[in-house]
Design a protein around this ligand. Structure first.
Ligand code: URA
Length: 210
């Protein structure tokens, strides 16, 4: 059985992640690194996509050659840090559709409240790849997956850059059908639910809001 999460150990991914973790990395560098990392992560997360042979003609002769034959893709960045992964993904699969989901945590009830969701109508026929760089408690990721399933998503993968054991455990329990991909499983969360050692607040570092 496939491990869940799948840990992406490719040296380029690990090198770029280390550069992103460093606190002296600027907003511009952080953004570029996340963009560069994203297609490398997608490459690994699509290794097992089904293929079918098709008869084609090269300028020289006819051959049977492999083409993707499974579901078409839909990327869903979780707002806002997930946006930093989107452009790199679209470079690799330009025809993919894109959905968006935004959630915030109610400060009193601590429930994840949806403030925005828009997905393609045919999301149920697509392989949905959810993008969120930091899987911390897993609450917002799990809530995003609930919302996407309610919209009809049936086949989902989840790509993060850094995951905490707690978030992984929650998604395994609440969404065992979703395969997770991550470049690192870090030690723990602090009292503010930041990942340690982590890389700080991915949204702030990406958009320079702090
Ligand atoms: N979100 C972040 O951006 N960073 C963390 O460490 C945890 C959640």
């Amino acid at each position: 059985m496939e491990p869940n999460p799948v840990i992406i150990t490719h040296p380029l991914v690990q090198h770029k992640l280390t550069l992103m973790r460093r606190k002296q990395t600027s907003t511009g560098e952080f953004r570029l690194l996340l963009r560069e990392l994203s297609p490398l992560m997608l490459y690994e997360a699509t290794r097992d996509l089904p293929m079918a042979m098709q008869r084609i003609s090269t300028p020289m002769e006819e051959i049977d050659a492999p083409l993707l034959s499974g579901k078409k893709l839909c990327f869903v960045p979780v707002l806002r840090a997930g946006l930093g992964m989107l452009d790199g993904m679209l470079e690799l699969v330009p025809a993919a559709r894109v959905g968006h989901v935004g959630l915030y945590r109610d400060p009193v009830t601590l429930d994840a409240i949806e403030y925005y969701i828009k997905v393609p109508e045919d999301i149920g026929e697509r392989l949905v790849i959810v993008l969120d760089p930091m899987l911390a408690t897993g609450h917002s990721a799990s809530a995003a997956l609930d919302r996407l399933k309610a919209q009809g998503a049936r086949t989902i993968r989840f790509i993060s850059l850094v995951a905490a054991p707690r978030g992984i455990a929650l998604l395994r329990e609440e969404h065992p059908d979703v395969i997770m991909y991550t470049a690192a499983v870090d030690r723990e969360l602090n009292e503010h639910a930041y990942i340690l050692p982590g890389l700080g607040d991915a949204g702030d570092r990406l958009f320079g809001t702090k």
